[in-house]
Write a protein that binds this ligand. Structure first.
Ligand code: GLP
Length: 241
């Protein structure tokens, strides 16, 4: 695992965007695994700025998102469908039928399996962008989730619902379940970049740096098994190391 230490979230966003842009430039039909949350917002801003300035095209790209709340209308302002449209998709030339997110309405096992099949049929993810939850979750793989499974439905922990309540107004409005790529799905990506910013992630970051074996009580530790992981972390996130 390579760790790139940067000063702040702006530098982190520029670095992450640069790595993603290089993948698209080298492979115009790349499959990008994308993440939501507050941390990658600046990365999308940088990619949009690059698209406008340099015209990096997404015409042949496919995107697959990590996760989505269960039983949320895709047009809901808090859905990850809306997040992706608002932060990235509406600004670039990525055709609508090449934007893929887990199905929020059909959360059957079959629908989850179809998502993994879709990713495989696209040739797998070339680069997967990840954030990290305060409890070490990646995607919505909460502590205790087996580290080998594919896309599945999860019950969100109170810690995760509390962290995401800022978008919904109150914790009671945060959906109780979500659909997420499993860690097994994530580990199949050819390259993984994780963005980590802020003091509230310092504890998770220090556990990640110390992790030597995968441990399901801290899901991000699964990344130690992957041969091509780059973590871009800012000074506050690295403050406990
Ligand atoms: C949510 C998302 C994760 C994200 C995490 C951290 O739970 N499902 O993919 O990494 O939040 O988000 P933030 O970057 O807002 O701290």
């Amino acid at each position: 695992m390579q760790i790139i230490a940067v000063k702040d979230i702006n530098e982190m966003s520029r670095k992450a965007a640069q790595i993603i842009r290089e993948v698209v430039q080298n492979k115009p039909d790349a499959v990008l695994g994308l993440a939501t949350g507050g941390t990658p917002e600046g990365t999308y801003k940088e990619l949009v700025a690059d698209y406008r300035e340099h015209g990096t095209s997404y015409h042949k790209v496919h995107t697959v998102n990590l996760d989505e709340y269960a039983a949320i209308d895709p047009s809901d302002p808090n859905s990850y469908h809306t997040y992706m449209k608002d932060h990235f998709f509406k600004y670039i030339d990525l055709p609508e039928n090449q934007r893929h997110l887990p199905n929020s309405e059909d959360i059957s096992e079959q629908a989850c399996a179809r998502y993994d099949d879709l990713i495989a049929s696209l040739g797998g993810v070339d680069i997967q962008l990840l954030g990290i939850g305060r409890n070490g979750h990646i995607g919505f793989n909460e502590p205790g989730t087996p580290l080998t499974i594919g896309t599945h439905v999860v019950k969100l922990t109170d810690s995760t619902r509390d962290a995401n309540a800022r978008y919904f107004g109150s914790i009671s409005e945060v959906p109780e379940r979500a659909v997420t790529m499993g860690i097994g799905t994530i580990l199949k990506s050819k390259k993984i970049i994780m963005v980590v910013s802020g003091e509230e992630k310092a504890d998770a970051m220090s556990k990640l740096v110390r992790a030597s074996v995968p441990d399901s009580s801290f899901p991000a530790s699964a990344l130690v098994q992957h041969p091509n992981v780059t973590v871009i972390a800012d000074e506050p996130a690295l403050s406990l190391i």
